[in-house]
Design a protein around this ligand. Structure first.
Ligand code: FDM
Ligand code: MG
Length: 206
């Protein structure tokens, strides 16, 4: 049986990631394909609950330590991800290790290289869709929420880090377009992927 594809969405706040992830899963299911939505952080696990209270500012955690917890949250879901992929389910993932690196490396005194290390060897995405939104378009979409990191200075540093992490095979989607146009573009890219033979699942940053 053909394995499922690992499709990752990345991008800054208000780029439309969560909306587009849901739309993609819905449209794949409508076409009779097996697809499931995942997100990181996955806040339902024990580690995820800690991360949730950190993001909601109800708990402080040392910067390196919280980085390792975000990474551990991906590792703890690796067996489930591999199982589903092997069952032929395509996983559509809202944020992954790239967010992990981009956000922590936006802090003082933590390098991009240090940030990448704990995630080395995680399942390698078959496709990274980067939703690129201009600061003007993002601002029009309304104010920030209350969570840690939802501040424009932090978001600007995160955006720069995403640029440093960008690889040649990323699909950069102009997320200033209408939701429908973004969706169409994503569907084209994904249907190309689904028509290709997938190699054996790779390992991230190796
Ligand atoms: N975030 C997300 C990190 O700092 N590290 C990570 O590894 C991941 C996956 O958590 F601010 C940050 C990014 C964002 C927050 O917000 C999660 P959403 O709205 O649940 O995606
Ligand atoms: Mg958010």
């Amino acid at each position: 049986m053909r394995r499922g594809a690992l499709v990752v969405f990345e991008g800054c706040d208000r780029s439309g990631k969560s909306t587009q992830c849901k739309k993609l899963v819905e449209s794949m299911l409508e076409k009779g394909m097996k697809a499931e939505l995942m997100r990181f952080p996955e806040r339902s696990t024990v580690i995820g609950k800690l991360i949730d209270s950190y993001l909601k500012n109800s708990k402080d955690v040392q910067d390196n330590a919280i980085h390792l917890l975000f990474s551990a949250n991906r590792w703890e879901l690796k067996p489930e991800m591999e199982r589903k992929l092997n069952e032929g389910v395509t996983l559509v993932v809202d944020r992954y290790a790239y967010s992990g690196v981009a956000f922590t490396a936006a802090k003082e005194g933590i390098s991009l290289n240090w940030c990448k290390r704990p995630d080395v060897g995680l399942p390698l995405p078959d496709l990274v869709l980067f939703l690129k939104v201009s600061s003007e378009a993002a601002e029009k979409r309304g104010g920030f929420g209350e969570e840690r990191y939802e501040k424009s200075e932090i978001q600007a540093r995160v955006a720069k880090n995403f640029e440093k992490l960008q690889e040649n095979d990323w699909e950069i989607i102009n997320a200033d377009q209408s939701m429908e146009d973004v969706q169409k573009q994503i569907q084209n890219v994904v249907s190309n992927l689904m028509n290709q033979d997938l190699p054996e699942l790779g390992k991230l940053w190796t």
